[in-house]
Design a protein around this ligand. Sequence first.
Ligand SMILES: [Mg+2]
Ligand SMILES: [Zn+2]
Length: 186
Amino acid sequence: MKKAVFLDRDGVLTQEPPYYAHKVDELEFIPRSPDAIRILNKNNYAVIIVSNQSGIARGYYPEEDTAIFNKAMEKKLAETGSHIDTIYYCPHHPEAKIERYRVNCDCRKPRPGMLKRAEKELNIDLKQSFMVGDRMSDIEAGKRAECKTILVRTGYNSGQSKENEIICDYVANDLYNAVEYILSLP
Ligand SMILES: [Mg+2]
Ligand SMILES: [Zn+2]
């Protein structure tokens, strides 16, 4: 079984705002996040993105745009010598404007469906793995999957109050700092 670091995408790896980023020209990495990924790659962690993309369900952009955005992101990461092992995203929303995405799915965080899927498909040991996110829904999904959880102070959480921070295992300034913490553990 493999250890993984599950990452939320928007606000952890890439800049948010803009909210619902989907155009390639909106793609901008949070400083040092490609370096953080490269360090995880070197230390044999599977790096897996688990991203809610309800903008698809809401009709803000077609699902193909997510694929194009992710491809561009992977290409940019490759230029820095880092890579994502697998990208999962949830295109659903219970009140979706577009009917085929209108489901009460088990993959939309805070539900742990995408992490459970990785456990099965990629043979991930969830108890030895981490979930890094900028929203409490990320932390909750990680907890429900029995991963260790790290909240970052970037993206959505950059200006938040600190009262939610007690329920996660660690609070990091950014993804790079989260990776420093992960590698410092025995
Ligand atoms: Mg986020
Ligand atoms: Zn879903």
